[in-house]
Design a protein around this ligand. Structure first.
Ligand code: AMP
Length: 417
């Protein structure tokens, strides 16, 4: 029967056989964050549109064409969050976190929404893990953030990972470099793509991101920000590299690295995997020293990153997982209530136990027990006796009917030893 309703384009359902692999990523990341002193923050799935217009940047693709915005009943414009940083900085300001000992180290995970053209690895609702260290300009914080993402990807055994590292300088050096780049682009205008040409003044750095052949040719000889770093920015960058070297985190320097968001200053980085296709970015981020004040807070420097759960899953290519079951209870009609009672007690004692809830015959229930992958079946009889069947060997033994849940728990403990 064809489905009458389907998930909206670019969204997807996570079915049970795929959920264990996702949970593994969250748990691995959560432990890594906690070991490093990051506290978890959760912010709403939607915010005032103005927050993202300011916090992500008016000239970015995200704000110009990718936001899911809507009006509420009061005529106020709201937007489904396209990324985490702006919301977390809003929360930092709103809750006066600048009065806490700095930096405030936060992490988060959840769904994000961008109206993009759906393709492999690119969705309209996707999920990220996110880290922010707000309230420090130390290069050690940049390095700690990068090392944590590197270690999470390594612990998950994501294959083919490369870290690209660059620096965009501070606002002043970036402004001077920007003027130089605009002049360079103007002198090559006829060779550029229409899109890049129309946005030379708005966002010249994006020309480095272009797929257009002519533009790429021009950008090969363009000056990069790494060539123009001020002494201070250069020293900051050297310190970040030195800490990465000490942590044995390998990186490639990339003077053309431009992150999609407007707010970055100094360090920028991106992790890619060569087993992914066109959408090869696993995650990335950088320093954003001007954002908190842009959002009405104090002058507070910060650094952070986000990584895509679906991209990590694609790179891992994890096989679907069978749920684990210690026992499946098979019962005749007269013992169905007892079966649920035993299952409940065994679950309360910590065992994974399932039973038939659809009125199947005993033969049907045995089949179901087989299909479920349960290690054992508990077979109840009309006369009140019970058998424990090992589903791998087929061996059976009688069970103490007074303590079936205890027997299941003991068997489970023995096998998991
Ligand atoms: P960004 O905030 O654009 O730097 O995104 C951080 C990471 O989130 C990227 O490196 C991707 O792994 C992931 N990501 C971003 N946009 C999408 C999307 N539309 N679908 C799936 N993953 C995404």
């Amino acid at each position: 029967m064809p489905a009458r309703f389907q998930a909206p384009r670019g969204t997807f359902d996570v079915l049970p056989d795929a959920s264990a692999a996702r949970a593994h990523i969250y748990v691995t990341a959560a432990h890594a964050f906690e070991r490093a002193g990051y506290g978890r923050i959760e912010t709403p799935a939607f915010e005032d549109t103005e927050l993202f217009a300011r916090g992500v940047g008016e000239s970015t693709d995200i704000v110009q064409k990718e936001m899911f915005s809507f009006e509420d009943q009061g005529g106020r414009s709201l937007t489904l969050r396209p990324e985490a940083t702006a919301s977390i900085c809003r929360a930092y300001v709103e809750h006066g976190m600048h009065r806490l000992p700095q930096p405030v180290k936060l992490w988060s995970w959840g769904p994000y929404f961008r109206h993009e053209r759906p393709q492999a690895g690119r969705f309209r609702q996707f999920h990220q893990i996110d880290l922010e260290a707000i309230g420090t300009d130390s290069p050690l914080a940049d390095a700690e953030a990068i090392i944590l993402l590197s270690d999470i990807l390594a612990e998950l055994a994501v294959p083919g990972v490369t870290l690209r590292l660059g620096s965009l300088g501070s606002h002043a050096t970036r402004a001077a470099y920007r003027d130089e780049l605009i002049a360079y682009l103007r002198s090559h205008e006829s060779e550029l793509s229409d899109e890049v040409r129309s946005r030379i003044d708005q966002n010249p750095l994006r020309a480095f991101d272009s797929d257009h052949e002519g533009t790429r040719e021009v950008m090969r000889d363009a000056p990069t920000m790494l060539d123009r770093l001020s002494d201070e920015d250069g020293a900051h960058f050297e310190a970040v590299k030195s800490s990465l070297d000490r942590a044995k985190v390998a990186y490639e320097l990339d003077g053309t690295l431009v992150r999609g968001l407007d707010y970055y200053t100094r360090t920028v980085f991106e992790f890619t995997s060569d087993v992914l296709g066109a959408q090869s970015a696993l995650g990335g981020g950088g320093r954003y020293d001007g954002l908190v004040s842009e959002l009405g807070g104090p002058e507070v420097p910060a650094v952070g990153w986000a990584a895509g759960i679906e991209r990590i899953l694609l790179a891992l290519d994890s096989p679907a997982e069978e749920p684990h079951l210690d026992a499946f209870i098979v019962a005749p009609e007269s013992r169905r209530e007892l079966a649920l009672e035993i299952a409940t007690q065994a679950r309360r004692a910590g065992a994974c136990v399932d039973l038939d809830l659809a009125g199947r015959s005993e033969k049907g229930q045995m089949k179901q027990a087989n299909r479920s992958g349960a290690e054992r079946a508990v077979i109840l009889s009309d006369d009140g006796s019970a058998l424990l069947r090992n589903m791998t060997t087929g061996s059976e033994r009688p069970l103490d009917t007074g303590d079936i849940q205890g027997e299941i728990a003991r068997e489970q403990a023995e096998t998991s030893e």
